[in-house]
Design a protein around this ligand. Structure first.
Ligand SMILES: [Mg+2]
Length: 271
């Protein structure tokens, strides 16, 4: 595979690209790489599927790890989820994500209810989710056909001890397999909505933008189909490119490299 070309804009996944995992330990070289991007004035945006920290907290955690970022440099599934639900008039929700974000919803006017009364079931990462919690929404999903809103559909994630944990993609697949009659809506990656929001934020066309992620399936397939150049880094979920063998070759990323700092931000001196 070739090297990535210089791009006019960069969209960056966070976990596995900027930081190793949910402990937010920086990937070696990533702090300096982002600082160089900022010094050069190159447009960029973080594209976050994080559903466990409110955006301000997420940025604070990144800055504590050495970055110097603001919330305006991130588009996230949580904020888009609030917008999508409000636009659809879905205000009574059964939130199956982490309890620490209950007030994130309530302060935006959402009412948190159980599965019996909700207008939508909302899924995010939740290490404490039990099968009992999922069974609690079966009446809503199977009998009332309420919408199942997935803030993202990642199948797994790395927790703060580097353990692989099942993600909302697994839970939504289980609920969908039961044959509910409602719609399943996805907010974050891989749904195109969050990519378009991020491109709009940086003001760069898809074909001039590089998307960098440690997840070629959940993140990069859509980026490639929207016309972006895609880079798969091996600093997160996948330590090698074995995952590509399980993907359609048409969906392979354009470039595979070890980590963010392997990507040049200026023409290399060949003299
Ligand atoms: Mg990632």
């Amino acid at each position: 595979m070739r090297k990535p070309r210089l791009a006019k804009g960069y969209l960056l996944d966070i976990e596995g690209v900027l930081v190793r995992n949910k402990a937010y330990e920086p990937v070696p070289g990533s702090v300096a790489w982002v600082a160089e991007l900022q010094e050069r004035g190159i447009p960029f945006c973080l594209v976050s599927n994080n559903t466990t920290d409110r955006p301000t907290v997420l940025i604070e955690r990144l800055n504590a790890a050495g970055f110097s970022l603001g919330t305006e440099q991130m588009v996230g599934a949580l904020e888009l989820g609030r917008t999508m639900l409000a636009e659809r008039g879905l205000r009574r929700i059964c939130w199956l994500g982490v309890a620490g974000l209950n007030n994130y919803w309530e302060e935006a006017g959402f009412e948190l209810t159980g599965g019996d009364e909700c207008e939508a079931v909302v899924l995010g990462v939740n290490p404490d989710l039990t099968t009992g919690d999922l069974e609690g929404v079966l009446p809503a999903v199977l009998d009332r056909g309420v919408d199942l809103v997935c803030l993202h559909r990642n199948l797994f994630y790395l927790d703060d001890r580097d353990c692989r944990r099942m993600g909302p993609g697994c839970w939504s697949a289980a609920l969908q397999a039961l044959g509910g009659v409602g719609r399943t809506l996805t907010v974050g990656k891989p749904d195109p909505r969050i990519y378009r929001a991020a491109l709009k934020r940086i003001g760069v066309a898809a074909e001039d933008t590089l998307f960098i992620s440690d997840d070629p399936v959940s993140d990069l397939i859509t980026a490639g189909r929207l016309g972006m150049e895609t880079v798969f880094v091996l600093s997160g979920k996948h330590g090698d490119h074995e995952i590509l063998g399980r993907m359609d070759q048409d969906d392979w990323p354009d470039v595979v490299c070890g980590r963010l700092s392997d990507i040049s931000l200026a023409e290399e001196d060949v003299s």
